[in-house]
Design a protein around this ligand. Sequence first.
Ligand code: NI
Length: 142
Amino acid sequence: MDADLLLRFDEHIGAKGYGNRSEALRDLVRADLVNAHLKRDGLAVATLTLVYDHHVRELSEKLTDMQHDLGEHVVSTLHVHLDHDHCLEVIVLRGPAGLIQSAADRLLATKGVKHGRLVATALPEKSHHHHADEHEHEHGAR
Ligand code: NI
């Protein structure tokens, strides 16, 4: 690798608090694999954070309706009444990456939603079937 590039990389990871180059490379590789998984529309888990003005007409109802339409893809929702005007909502989503992204886009684009961000990560395919596998195994052992 280019010596100048490597020097800049070492400075960058040092500032981030990495002890050595291999730890930083491992995290970069993991992040790249997660991105590839999400682009392939693999299974994902995500948190969507929304800050909205609850005085906007029917906004709370609209956001709740949208979450009901997502069914089992909404795992959990945390609602915080921030101040007199604002609500914070953290929605945990699970499902195909594309579905989660488009749901997040719709929620974020809703009139009255002021800020928001989706943070998604890959959900390994095997953990999706973990329970079924265990169940089969228990039956076989009896
Ligand atoms: Ni509220």
